[in-house]
Design a protein around this ligand. Structure first.
Ligand SMILES: Nc1ncnc2c1ncn2[C@@H]1O[C@H](COP(=O)(O)OP(=O)(O)OP(=O)(O)O)[C@@H](O)[C@H]1O
Ligand SMILES: [Mg+2]
Length: 288
């Protein structure tokens, strides 16, 4: 079997010589130079979770920095989606604490928990739209359900959101009339429409072609620069996410393997992280 040499860090960096805006790159550099200036908004301490008798989260400690884009990466099954569900209070830990601005989500229930959840917007992996609603009504749904926005304002916002994800003129279509990528983009528009304090996106670009993937990355980055909303993105788009994410958390076997500014993680000498970023078959992670 012919083996191809894996890319060096310099080659990886060159590949990332990017078209992202100066502002995007400056923000990332500023964060890299001074991560302590950004305070955590969400945190998990010692979180464990068993599902179906199996330890899925094995003592997760992490901080999500406020007003930054955090990427959560790791191999399939490492616990990324389960972690995200804990962060928004959809799952409760067996032990440990999930806190928003220092407030333990585990101490909340009923209306208080609902009020906290309204501060989040979550795009689920799979990004399901409601089949019985057209795209316009899908995107308008959170505004109609959770706010008292007027119909004329809703119209303006939905048209703007559809334009942002390149779906202008598609509002009348139903989900089964759209391609998978179009469905994903409509779901992204729906996640962004309420302008929440924290946006969590579980694989917003899975299954999209590379051009649309790149366009979505730009959209997320531009939305961040416009709004400075805290964002958490689970993504397999490695190494592309290192272009525009500020903070990276690597999950492995239900634990945080590493966490820090994107460029620090990209240069990590940890063999698991290096193998994952380079997508190599040989290494400490045994997939095959
Ligand atoms: N509701 C559930 N009930 C039982 N097991 C679950 C449940 N949700 C997740 N798991 C298990 O927990 C583990 C972690 O799942 P999770 O969905 O967090 O992985 P992931 O890192 O998001 O993977 P992927 O990259 O494939 O989306 C998996 O082994 C999965 O089978
Ligand atoms: Mg997942």
């Amino acid at each position: 079997m012919t083996t191809h040499p894996s890319p060096t860090t310099t080659e990886l960096r060159a590949r990332l010589a990017d078209t992202f805006s100066e502002e995007c790159r400056e923000y990332r550099q500023r964060y890299h130079d001074n991560p302590a200036a950004i305070v955590p908004i969400l945190s998990m301490q010692g979180v464990t979770k068993h599902l179906d008798g199996r330890m899925v989260l094995n003592g997760i400690d992490l901080d999500i920095p406020k007003q930054a884009i955090t990427a959560i990466i790791g191999i399939s099954g490492s616990g990324k989606s389960v972690t995200l569900k804990h962060l928004v209070g959809l799952m409760r830990p067996d032990s440990g604490i999930v806190a928003l601005n220092g407030q333990n989500l585990g101490s909340l229930s009923g209306k208080k928990l609902q009020a906290v959840r309204r501060r989040f917007s979550l795009l689920f992996q799979g990004g399901a739209l409601f089949d019985s609603l057209n795209v316009f009504d899908n995107v308008a749904f959170p505004l109609r359900e959770t706010t008292r926005t007027s119909e004329s304002e809703i119209q303006t916002r939905v048209f703007g959101a559809l334009e942002d994800v390149n779906l202008s003129g598609m509002g009348h279509k139903f989900p089964d009339e759209l391609s998978g990528g179009m469905n994903k983009r409509a779901a992204l528009a729906r996640a962004l429409i309420t302008r929440p304090e924290i946006i969590l996106l579980d694989e917003p670009t899975a299954g999209l072609d590379p051009i649309i993937e790149n366009a979505i990355h730009h959209l997320i980055c531009d939305t961040f620069l416009r709004t400075r909303t805290t964002m958490v993105v689970i993504s397999h788009a490695v190494p592309a996410i290192f272009k525009w994410c500020h903070h990276v958390i690597v999950l492995h076997q239900g634990k945080v393997l590493a966490s820090g500014p994107a460029m620090t993680i990209m240069d990590s000498s940890d063999p698991v992280i290096r193998q994952f970023i380079r997508g190599e078959v040989d290494g400490p992670i045994h997939i095959l």
